[in-house]
Design a protein around this ligand. Sequence first.
Ligand code: PXL
Length: 270
Amino acid sequence: MKPRSKILIIAGSDSSGGAGIQADVKTATCLGIYAMTSVTAVTIQNTKGVKSIVPIPPDQIYKQIVYTAKDIKPDSIKIGMLHSTKVINNVMKSLQKIRTKKVILDPVMVAKGGSKLINEKAIKLMKKKLLKKVLLITPNVPEAEILTGLKISTKEEMIIASKKLIKSGAKNVLIKGGHLNSKKVYDIFVNKNEIKIFSSNRFKTKNTHGTGCTLSTAITSFLSCGKTLKKSCELGIKYVNSAILTNPKIGKGHGPINHLNSIKLKKIFK
Ligand code: PXL
């Protein structure tokens, strides 16, 4: 096949390959999409945790975005790890310049092992400005709690938090329920006009590293080839569920999921 469309990914690198930009490029590729990147930070990590984080200078992040998009216009954009206010400001400036409407923000805050991937001031700026400039935000429950100041322990409280985010200026919100203790996993999609609850089976595994990155990029990918936002969320959730179910069980800690679940290899390459 040939690429169906083109996306730009603005995110941090995960040396272990399971999350961050590596997960994003794999996801887009396995869904038939051409992926461009702007790297915001380089992390040193394996499945057991993050060892260090080296930030990329904010003006370099800006230039990666603007110079790349000037040549190849992205159909949609995914934003992941943004660790400082300077990075957020540069990303906002670049988005204004390249004028792509379909922008998805995964408000990445903490890695699986507990390492912080964003500072406090940056969270405030994200809430105040960036949140309002994107088409969709995809927080997990702990991130939604920080963004709203609310405690979330049930599906109903997820809906209340989503509505609060809409009130504070978000256009569309998908809160991911994987962190709750419920038997099923509920992901809640909310905008001004509707509430849609996606219900999935919960798989018992510790290998869920990179699920958030993968979901937001899968949604960005489906959106880039013309599907509606709600359909893109539904298909993105399906792709992640299938990737968790078939996870390759590699690494000694929280292992990666299986991005290849959508792919069939031609016989001549086997
Ligand atoms: O899953 C959040 C995330 C995002 N971006 C990078 C990461 C992680 C988690 O480890 O390393 C670069």
